[in-house]
Design a protein around this ligand. Structure first.
Ligand SMILES: NC(=O)c1ccc[n+]([C@@H]2O[C@H](COP(=O)([O-])OP(=O)(O)OC[C@H]3O[C@@H](n4cnc5c(N)ncnc54)[C@H](O)[C@@H]3O)[C@@H](O)[C@H]2O)c1
Length: 238
C-alpha cells in the first residue's frame, strides 16, 4: 500500500518504521516546512495519508488531503470541535476519514471489555469498584485520558456510581481513580470490583508506545478503498 505521512514528529517517525516493516511504501512526507507537498503527484498517488500533527493544523491538513483525493487516518488530538464538519463531508461528499484519539488496539479491546463488565456488575451491588492507573514520571496530567474514558464508561453502566474522583473516595457513589507516577512506565490501567468474599480485576499494561503507531498503520490498511467516517469500533467490529 502507498502511504503519505502528514506530520513527521514522534508519531510520524514511529509510523514510518512500522509501515515499512509491514511492506508498505512511504510515497510522501509532509511536515511544517513542506506543506506544498499536498499538490505533488507523489502525495496524490497515496492510497491513504496518516496524519499526526497539532490541534491547530490538523483540520486544514484534512481539507488539503481531501482536495487531493486522498483518504485520511488521523490521531491528532485537540481539534474535535470541528469533527461534525468532517463527518458531514464524509456523508455528503464521499470523503474517507478514520479517527481515533487512542490507536492502541489493546486499549480499545480493553475499553470494550470494561463496558461489558460494567454492565454485568451493575446487577451486583456487593461489589465496589475502583481504578488504578500508573504512568511514567514525565506525565503531567492525572488521571490519564484513558482512565477518564474507562471511568466514564463505568459511570454510564453502573448506576450506583455517579462521579469519578482522583485519589479519594468521599461518598459511596464515587468511583476513585488512584494515579501512580513511577519510572518510565508507558501506561497501566487496572479496574477492580471488590466484594467481601473476592475481587475481580481487569488490567491493560502497555509494553511501549509503539502500540499507537501499529494501530494507526492497521487502521490505514483498513481504511484504504473505503468511503465514509470510520473509527476503531468499525475496524475491531465489537
Ligand atoms: N491517537 C493516538 O493514539 C495518539 C498517540 C500519540 C499521540 N497522539 C497525538 O498525535 C499528535 C502528534 O503527536 P506527536 O507525538 O507525533 O507530536 P510531535 O510534536 O512529535 O510531532 C508533530 C509534528 O507535526 C508537525 N507539524 C506541525 N504543523 C504542521 C503542519 N501544518 N503540516 C504538517 N506537519 C506539521 C511538526 O513539525 C511535528 O513534526 C498530538 O496531537 C498527540 O496528542 C495521538
Amino acid at each position: 500500500m502507498k502511504i503519505a505521512l502528514i506530520g513527521y514528529g514522534k508519531m510520524g517517525k514511529a509510523i514510518e518504521k512500522i509501515a515499512l516493516s509491514r511492506g508498505h511504501q512511504i510515497v510522501s512526507v509532509i511536515d511544517i516546512n513542506t506543506a506544498d507537498g499536498f499538490s505533488s503527484g507523489e502525495f496524490k498517488s497515496a492510497d491513504v495519508a496518516i496524519e499526526f500533527t497539532t490541534p491547530d493544523t490538523a483540520f486544514n491538513n484534512y481539507m488539503k488531503a481531501f482536495e487531493a483525493g486522498v483518504p485520511v487516518v488521523s490521531g491528532t488530538t485537540g481539534w474535535l470541535d470541528r469533527i461534525d464538519e468532517v463527518k458531514k463531508m464524509c456523508k455528503n461528499e464521499g470523503k474517507t476519514f478514520f479517527y481515533a484519539s487512542n490507536f492502541s488496539i489493546g486499549v480499545n479491546i480493553f475499553f470494550a471489555v470494561n463496558k461489558y463488565l460494567a454492565k454485568i456488575m451493575n446487577n451486583f451491588p456487593a461489589y465496589d469498584v475502583r481504578m488504578t492507573e500508573t504512568h511514567h514520571i514525565h506525565k503531567l496530567d492525572a488521571p490519564s485520558g484513558t482512565a477518564i474514558t474507562l471511568a466514564e464508561d463505568i459511570l454510564a453502566n453502573v448506576e450506583r456510581k455517579n462521579r469519578w474522583t482522583l485519589d479519594k473516595e468521599e461518598q459511596a457513589a464515587d468511583l476513585p481513580i488512584h494515579a501512580i507516577r513511577e519510572g518510565e512506565v508507558p501506561g497501566i490501567h487496572e479496574i477492580v470490583y471488590d466484594s467481601e468474599v473476592d475481587y475481580i480485576s481487569i488490567k491493560h499494561d502497555a509494553k511501549s508506545r509503539e502500540g499507537f503507531a501499529l494501530g494507526a498503520v492497521v487502521a490505514a490498511e483498513f481504511t484504504a478503498g473505503k468511503v465514509g467516517f470510520l473509527g476503531m469500533n468499525d475496524m475491531l467490529k465489537f
